[in-house]
Design a protein around this ligand. Structure first.
Ligand code: FUB
Length: 346
């Protein structure tokens, strides 16, 4: 169709009007996403959140989910975000690829970073090459929380062969690291079996025995933290006799050596997600529980086991130190802490 100058003008005006209204609409759509609501990041699929506070900034390390179609997992790199107010997040991009560990085949699974002696130590699960088949735990180091991180050891910190009592080749995943009052750093990890060990001061070697501390219904994703005098082991749990998807449960102890007492479920399952992964932190006087679900859709890609989205909720404690059950919401921490619902759902 050919347009002359007269008939072209109204068409042009209409086109400009439509374009303008689309810009307004997209701005409205963007603005309608309340800061602090869930999921936290909407342009990429993210999983396995691990918070770290450095000064007045909270850094959040996540795995980058890139599964296509029905692929289970496709995780090649870790990303880091940071915030000073839990509302505005800075995207620092990828900090490392699983294959940056020369001995690893891939699989940038769950991680946690910790600060020690002025440096940042990054522990992560990867797939080992065929010299040590199975999952393994890697350790990398950087002078900055945003990297660049480099392999700190040149070999795995934990291999499948170091936990021979385990029942499968992917039990050595999901490291959590915690420095106790005496300055000793501990590492716990596992899938189905949960292990704990001391790290040497060099942060790249296990010191002494690996002990099994598997709590009830333990599946994976352990997270160690301390509040007051109580130590917490929070984890993805699965009671296979009654449930299909993981929830979060926890145990407490008077010391990292135990004895650990099971305290029940902290959350229900993440929406549409088989996995869930707790990361707990105190930031500027408030406690937060990071998780993931699979409720995010980006373009024509819907949430799935390998396309997850990181979320955050207020975390509150009872006077006896137990954690109040957390309801996972879209509102997240956009609602005041005092009105946050604390009822576990399915
Ligand atoms: O993200 C890959 C694996 O799924 C993690 O290592 C587990 O914790 C589960 O979230």
């Amino acid at each position: 169709m050919q347009l002359n100058r007269r008939s072209a003008l109204p068409v042009l005006r209409a086109t400009v009007a439509i374009a303008a209204s689309m810009i307004v609409l997209s701005a409205v759509a963007r603005d309608s996403v309340a800061p602090r609501s869930n999921p936290l990041f909407r342009d990429r699929f993210t999983a396995d959140p691990a918070p770290l506070v450095v000064g007045d900034r909270l850094y959040l390390y996540v795995g980058h989910d890139e599964a296509q179609r029905d692929e289970m997992f496709n995780m090649r790199e870790w990303l880091v975000y940071s915030t000073t107010d839990m509302a505005t997040w800075v995207d620092h991009g990828p900090i490392m690829k699983a294959t940056d560990f020369a001995w690893a085949k891939g699989d940038a699974w769950a991680s946690q970073a910790i600060a020690k002696d002025g440096r940042f130590w990054f522990y992560a699960a990867v797939e080992h090459d065929d010299t040590q088949p199975g999952k393994a735990i890697a350790v990398a180091v950087s002078d900055s929380p945003t990297g660049p991180f480099v392999d700190a050891k040149g070999s795995a910190l934990v291999t499948n062969a170091m936990t021979p009592r385990g029942t499968h080749s992917w039990e050595d995943i999901d490291p959590t690291v915690f420095t106790d009052e005496d300055g000793t750093t501990w590492i716990a990890w596992g899938n189905r079996q949960c292990y704990i060990a001391r790290l040497k001061p060099n942060m790249i070697e296990i010191d002494g025995d690996i002990t099994e501390i598997t709590p009830p219904h333990f599946e994976e994703g352990p997270w160690l933290h301390k509040r007051g005098t109580l130590y917490y082991l929070t984890y993805a749990s699965l009671d296979r006799s009654t449930h299909r998807d993981e929830k979060v449960s926890y145990a407490t102890a008077p010391s990292l050596q135990g004895p650990w007492t099971y305290r029940g479920e902290l959350t229900g399952s993440g929406k549409y997600s088989f996995t869930i992964h707790p990361g707990i932190v105190e930031f500027k006087g408030h406690w937060y529980l990071f998780l993931h679900n699979a409720a995010l859709t980006i373009g024509d890609q819907n949430g799935a086991i390998g396309r997850r989205a990181v979320t955050v909720e207020h975390l509150q404690y009872n006077p006896d130190g137990s954690m109040k059950p957390v309801l996972q919401t879209e509102a997240g921490i956009s609602v005041p802490r005092s009105t946050a619902q604390t009822v576990a759902g399915d």
